[in-house]
Design a protein around this ligand. Structure first.
Ligand code: XMP
Length: 512
């Protein structure tokens, strides 16, 4: 398959570059900045992209590539720090800029013939973020674009097909950036458009069949996007050789277990081993109110239940997991690279090392948005493909204080109303998360002629790109009113509804 290789110099946007290339239907792979040129050559890429990065090429610890990459005879696009590398290695000069160029700028295209700017206007809005700048062109390069602050904002050596751009084409603040990337991968590198989820289904199906042979596979199905798509894909490849284990931990939202059984059991006719472990989980959680403790208890109980379930499922050689590309990429440990600091701080699904399976991870090459497309391609319903993130420990983190069956039931009803009303207003799939939280706070109310003394529900609706930061959503008043009225009328046990108007930071999305 044709591919573009991206060398990661530690920019927070490196993964975004990889996604943009794939949005052009061209496969892309991220590799460390110091990957030997011979290894890169063995991948047979149609072109290279050098990412940005927080360093200066002159810094003592600057991440530097194998300079033989410039001898591979394939096109190179240097972005931001990548341009400085071009200059550094190919006879140009980089100096500390007196002004740091940061934020919006305008690129004046100096050479409309330049392949990168084909079909674009002569003035482009671009996003800058760099301190150093070029002060002398590398050998054989010409200027193809300038900004207010830089005479060498875009440069080209058309013979070797090397390009450098000081701005970031991959971010949304460079509105025509996608076209610049498309011009590079199609126009310059000559890539076709063979990376599609339709093709991926075929390719992955073949690969799974070849690897699994006549053996059996077990998959822990959570109902989330990744495990669901993995299940559908593997089932397509090997049918009944796949057994999915679905553990109901008693902490699921309303109808969640039903949807999984309906979709996978009845529609897909997947072998589904349904394990209702509700009593066990509730027993273990009894009286536990510390959030970290809750997580640990749930994590451990899950492992025990799952392990016992795999024994009942019979002998299998493989354990399938919905691991995604961002989990696989080794982040470049460079000071100032925020991506290096971001760790997925939770994942309770981790299984003990002593389980003797080979791993089957058919989504390892995919980004989340590709997994969703793949799900659509495989015929999974929107309810699953567009599902909002849901924490592994489930409603236990949304039921504050000690968890109990009756409290979970109250929370489930309130949450179902939130979901239903958000869907009705066509807002549910447009928000990152929308849910109810049950607070261990009771207050006095009045219903009919009666005084009540019941719990409080908090409404949490947030927008986010990746869960790391979030804004609270300005839900229309009429909708808030409807949700509040319905919850207090329909859910026995709640007599007050409050709205959480905290962003993240300083708040978190979940209350815990
Ligand atoms: P917080 O509450 O830390 O959550 O702002 C950030 C995002 O992570 C989700 N979340 C989890 N996801 N397992 C998961 O897979 C977990 O244990 C877990 N806890 C929180 C949360 O819903 C939000 O989207």
């Amino acid at each position: 398959m044709e591919q573009i290789v991206i060398l990661d110099f530690g920019s927070q946007y490196t993964q975004v570059i990889a996604r943009r290339v794939r949005e052009c239907n061209v496969y892309s792979t991220l590799v460390r900045f110091d990957t030997p040129a011979s290894e890169i050559a063995a991948m047979n890429p149609k072109g290279l992209i050098l990412s940005g990065g927080p360093s200066s090429v002159y810094a003592k610890e600057a991440p530097l590539p194998d300079k033989a990459i410039f001898k591979l005879g394939i096109p190179v696009l240097g972005i931001c720090y990548g341009v400085q590398l071009l200059a550094h290695y190919l006879g140009g000069k980089v100096e500390r800029g007196d002004k740091r160029e940061y934020g919006k700028g305008t690129l004046a295209v100096a050479d409309p013939q330049c392949a990168l700017f084909k079909g674009l206007s002569r003035e482009l809005q671009v996003w800058n973020s760099h301190g150093d700048k070029l002060t002398r062109l590398p050998k054989d390069f010409v200027v193809v674009g300038t900004t207010e602050n830089s005479d060498y904002a875009a440069i080209e050596d058309s013979r070797r097909r090397f390009f450098g751009i000081q701005f970031h084409p991959e971010v949304v603040h460079t509105p025509r950036g996608r076209e610049i990337i498309a011009n590079f991968v199609h126009g310059v590198c000559g890539c076709g458009r063979d990376w599609t989820m339709r093709n991926y289904v075929e390719q992955a199906t073949e690969e799974i069949r070849a690897r699994v042979g006549k053996d059996r596979v077990i998959l822990g199905l959570s109902g989330g996007v990744d495990s669901s798509v993995a299940a559908a894909l593997i089932h397509r490849a090997i049918g009944d050789q796949l057994t999915c284990i679905f553990v109901n931990n008693g902490l699921l939202r309303a109808r969640e277990a039903d949807v999984v059984r309906e979709v996978f059991g009845r529609n897909f006719k997947i072998r589904l081993q349904y394990e209702d472990a509700t009593p066990l989980f509730l027993r273990k959680l009894k009286g536990v109110s510390d959030p970290e403790r809750k997580r640990k208890v749930i994590g451990k109980a899950f492992v025990d239940v799952f392990q016992a379930a795999t024994k009942r499922a019979g002998k299998a050689r493989f354990l399938a997991q919905g691991t995604l590309y961002p989990d696989v990429i080794e982040s470049v440990p460079i000071a100032g690279n925020p991506a290096a600091l971001i760790k997925s701080h939770h994942n309770v699904g981790g299984l003990p090392k002593n389980m003797k399976f080979e791993l089957l991870e058919p989504l390892r090459a995919l980004f989340k948005d590709e997994v969703r497309q793949l799900g659509v391609e495989l015929g999974l319903p929107k309810e699953i493909v567009q599902r909002q993130p849901f924490p592994g420990p489930g409603l236990a983190v949304r039921c504050l204080g000690p968890v109990s069956g009756p409290k979970l039931e109250i929370l489930r009803k309130a949450d179902a109303i939130v979901v239903e009303e958000m869907k009705g207003a066509d807002l549910y799939y447009k928000t990152w998360q929308a849910f109810a939280v049950l607070l261990p706070v009771r207050s006095v109310g009045v219903q009919g002629d009666e005084r009540t003394y019941e719990y409080t529900a908090a409404l949490r609706v947030v927008d986010s790109q990746d869960g790391m930061t979030a804004d609270w959503v300005h839900v229309p008043y009429a909708l808030l009113e409807k949700i509040s009225t319905r919850i207090t009328n329909e859910v026995r046990g709640i007599n007050r509804v409050v709205l959480d108007i905290t962003s993240k930071p300083p708040g978190t999305i979940e209350w815990e």
